[in-house]
Each structure stands twice: as structure tokens, then as C-alpha cells.
Design a protein around this ligand. Sequence first.
Ligand SMILES: NC(=O)c1ccc[n+]([C@@H]2O[C@H](COP(=O)([O-])OP(=O)(O)OC[C@H]3O[C@@H](n4cnc5c(N)ncnc54)[C@H](OP(=O)(O)O)[C@@H]3O)[C@@H](O)[C@H]2O)c1
Length: 190
Amino acid sequence: MYRLNNKPIICGITAIGPYNVIGYNGGMPWHSKADFYHFKTTTMSFPCLFGRNTYENLPRKPLPGRLNIVCSSKYKNEYKDDVFYARSVEDAIRECKNFDQMFICGGTQIYKYALEHNLIDIMYLTQIFKSSLEKEIELNRSGYDYFPISKSEFFDVTKWQTEIIKYSPDVLPVENNPITCQFFKCVRIR
Ligand SMILES: NC(=O)c1ccc[n+]([C@@H]2O[C@H](COP(=O)([O-])OP(=O)(O)OC[C@H]3O[C@@H](n4cnc5c(N)ncnc54)[C@H](OP(=O)(O)O)[C@@H]3O)[C@@H](O)[C@H]2O)c1
């Protein structure tokens, strides 16, 4: 994948659980040390773009070692305390023109916009397996946020070239709870 016209490679990064769930009441519906490790190592040193809701709900912000960009139609493209506040996704991408790649980090609305506008070159997808969450979602359908397209789309070989990312077991942190992650890199076929 090569950079074109001074545009960074645009990556999305997401963790998707049972039934395409990605969030619960504005936060994450799981705590996965392995997925945090994956997110940190994958995004480190590159700009990370968040929708306003996701950024406001981050427990610790800005994320260190990365240009943090927050998007809202109410912002006016400015830096405050080293965070770039962008009024559109396109303005955010333009701000990253000197980087090789950038990451669109959610949530639902930003992913939807980026996918509908065909902006994403590479999607980093973590599939989360957590049987207790699966049962909770089946019982209570409110409060959850969902990824805007079915994760099965990323396994459509006419659209994405998808491969498993393998970590050596000694680098991945051990989970505190019964949760399993599988990591994928999905390169859009243009
Ligand atoms: N599992 C994961 O990997 C993951 C990752 C991130 C987030 N999440 C989850 O996602 C959920 C939040 O998603 P969300 O859809 O509520 O919020 P969001 O996408 O984080 O933020 C939405 C806001 O961002 C701004 N925005 C979105 N698209 C825009 C555009 N094209 N141009 C300008 N501004 C734009 C708008 O702000 P204004 O209304 O101010 O214009 C919009 O209201 C949470 O549950 C969170 O935990 C999950």
C-alpha cells in the first residue's frame, strides 16, 4: 500500500464483540488487556481520530505518544493543549498529511462515515469472544452501540484481503477474565 498525493494511509481500528456490539452506555463492554496491548502497539506514534462521544468518554486522555484528533461539527479546526479539534473527518485527514498513516478509532458514527465514504484503506479488527456478554446482549437489547456494518463484511474476499495477526503468547498480557481475542488486518481491495 503506497501513500498517494500526500495522504496518509487511513486505517480503522476496532474491537467487535458478539452481535456486532462495540460499546455499552458510551464505554467499552469488556476489559481486554490483550486488546489494549494490540491497540497501543498498532497505533503508537500515529495520529488517532475519535468522534466527540468516544473522546469525551475516554478514561485517560489524551492518549500519550500519538496526535489525538477529536471530530465534531461544532469545532473550528484548532489545537488546544496538543489535541487537534477538527470540524470534519476530511479536515482531520488533511491535518495528518505529514504522517505515513493515521487511525480512525471510533465510535459508531465516525466508523459509519468513514466506511460509507470509502475512506478506510486498512481495518484492524479485533474479534472479542466473551460468552457472558453474549448472554447479556441476548437478555437486554438497550444501551449497546453497534459497529455500523456486519463484521462478516471483512471476510468478503472480493472487498477485503484479510489476514490473522499473530502475537507470540509471551508478549500478550494475560486476561483477568474469561475473554478471548482474535486479531485481523483487513486491507481494502481497490
Ligand atoms: N469497540 C471499539 O473498538 C470502540 C471504539 C471506539 C468507540 N466505541 C464505542 O462507540 C460508542 C460511541 O459511538 P457514537 O457513535 O456514539 O459516537 P462517536 O462516533 O464517538 O462520536 C459522534 C460524534 O462525533 C462527531 N462526528 C461524527 N462524525 C462526524 C463527521 N463526519 N464530521 C464531523 N463530526 C462528526 C459528531 O459530533 P457533533 O454532534 O458534536 O457534531 C457526533 O455526534 C461508545 O459506546 C464507545 O464505547 C467502541
